[in-house]
Design a protein around this ligand. Structure first.
Ligand code: GLU
Length: 436
């Protein structure tokens, strides 16, 4: 059975690179009906933090990468020491010289013999390593903790890992690990090194270049499905120029041999586009659940007493235009506030001229509409501009600003419908100069 693992070091948050590695492990496991194992590599006591572990677990759960087993390396030191002892006994490893004032124990070091190491990488093909540059390798440090390479090999072997799928920044570790497998007489997994992810402007990803933690993308209002879709395209494609693919279908189509060999470029415009596609297609009720806390936080609704049906209507109206969930409160505020927040520029541009006569006339027409629905609102508006012999747009923009405070938004007649007769009339009449 296929068994793969994602092995983050909890010395920081889960970032784009790590989550892509997690995704490819997870999706491969799903596609092979295998197991996805999570191994927290917390051997660096100084840099590993509980908060990071918690954040990594939360982000993986949010992305939907559920693990079948979880291990913490910090709970397995006895195991690594036992394997080191075996290598000492066989003479493959030796103890480092103890320094005069050293209080700690002695490091255990693996002797490296010159040898040919070849790996048949599932993505990159055959890789031949020059081991003459590899020095003897520390297995256990003088403080008793294992090195990354040694703990990794012991664990991959004991956990029955069949495929090691990881970023190609680990390629230089691979020959060292191969040598350790041979020294221990343990069976080797297959290796698959994922291509590098480059920043949009070239070069490696870094925080400075905008690579952010998954939790940050979450709080910026990206949907987890969209992010997973985006991560998937950083190394794989379903073919036929398709860009939108949901996990279940990706699992069906996924083939590890079809992972790209060339570096992927992080294109955040693409992420925005993908997020919009998912927002458009999302079940409005699910969006309402996500948006209610944001609306409440902005003071636009009262969390404990709001009209869910109304929020849902507004969501349906705006969802095709959203890039992120976080766009919603600002775009929709006028539906919830008593008075719309006026954009001063919009006001200056469209409410400068006195349109009292036109606004009053439109308000009266709305008032006397026998049926207040979108087609009737539009019809009465069209009639009015025809009678006044003005172009529709000379009234559409000012009315929009009067009602919403903004120059852009959903269709005006829908806005009027969802604002309701009373509030629309009130906002129109607020622009009418009395006595004029
Ligand atoms: N802890 C290592 C990392 O976070 C794991 C590398 C591996 O997958 O072997 O990069």
């Amino acid at each position: 059975m296929v068994r793969v693992r994602f092995a983050p070091s909890p010395t920081g948050f889960l970032h784009i690179g790590g989550s892509r590695t997690a995704l490819f492990n997870w999706i491969f496991a799903q596609s092979q009906k295998g197991k996805f194992i999570l191994r927290i590599e917390d051997t660096d006591a100084l840099r590993s933090k509980k908060e990071y572990v918690a954040e990594i677990l939360r982000s993986l759960e949010w992305l939907g990468f559920h693990w079948d087993e979880i291990y913490y390396q910090s709970q397995r030191y006895d195991i690594y020491r036992e394997y080191a002892r075996k290598l000492l006994e066989s003479g493959a490893a030796y103890l480092a010289d103890k320094l005069p004032q050293q209080a700690e124990g002695q490091a255990v070091i693996l002797r490296i013999q010159p040898q040919k190491v070849e790996v048949n990488d599932l993505i990159r093909g055959r890789i031949e390593f020059d081991t003459s540059v590899i020095k003897d390798q520390v297995l256990i440090k003088s403080d008793g903790t294992p090195t990354y390479n040694f703990a990794c090999v012991v664990d991959d072997a004991l956990m029955g890992i069949t495929h090691v799928i990881r970023g190609d920044d680990h390629i230089s570790n691979t020959p060292k690990q191969v040598i350790m497998y041979k020294a221990l007489g343990l069976a080797m997994p297959a290796f698959a090194h994922l291509p590098l992810i480059l920043a949009t402007e070239g070069g490696r990803l870094s925080k400075r270049k905008g690579a952010t933690a998954i939790s940050e993308f979450r709080s910026m209002g990206y949907l987890s499905k969209a992010l997973v879709n985006f991560l998937l395209l950083l190394g794989w494609s379903p073919g036929e120029n398709r860009e939108i693919i949901e996990p279940q279908e990706a699992i069906r189509l996924f083939d590890i041999r079809h992972i790209n060999k060339t570096a992927a470029v992080l294109d955040l415009d693409k992420l925005n586009w993908i997020n919009n596609q998912y927002l458009k297609a999302e079940d409005p009720d699910k969006l309402v659940d996500e948006l209610v806390p944001l609306l409440a936080q902005k003071g636009l609704i009262d969390k404990d007493g709001f009209d869910r049906g109304y929020v849902r209507s507004v969501v349906t109206l705006l969802q095709p235009r959203l890039t992120t969930l976080n766009d919603f409160p600002d775009r929709a505020d006028f539906f919830f506030l008593k008075d719309p927040v006026m954009d001063p520029k919009a006001q200056e541009k469209f409410l400068q001229n006195d349109l009292s006569r036109e606004f009053r006339a439109f308000a009266q027409r709305l008032e006397s509409l026998p049926r207040f629905d979108i087609p009737s609102i539009e019809e009465t508006f069209r009639q009015l501009v025809a009678e006044l012999k003005i172009e529709a747009k000379t009234l559409i923009h000012p009315v929009r600003v009067a009602l919403t405070g903004k120059t852009v938004g959903p269709g005006l007649f829908e806005v009027i419908y969802y604002l309701g007769k009373e509030r629309s009339i009130e906002r129109l009449m607020r622009q009418v100069k009395t006595g004029g």
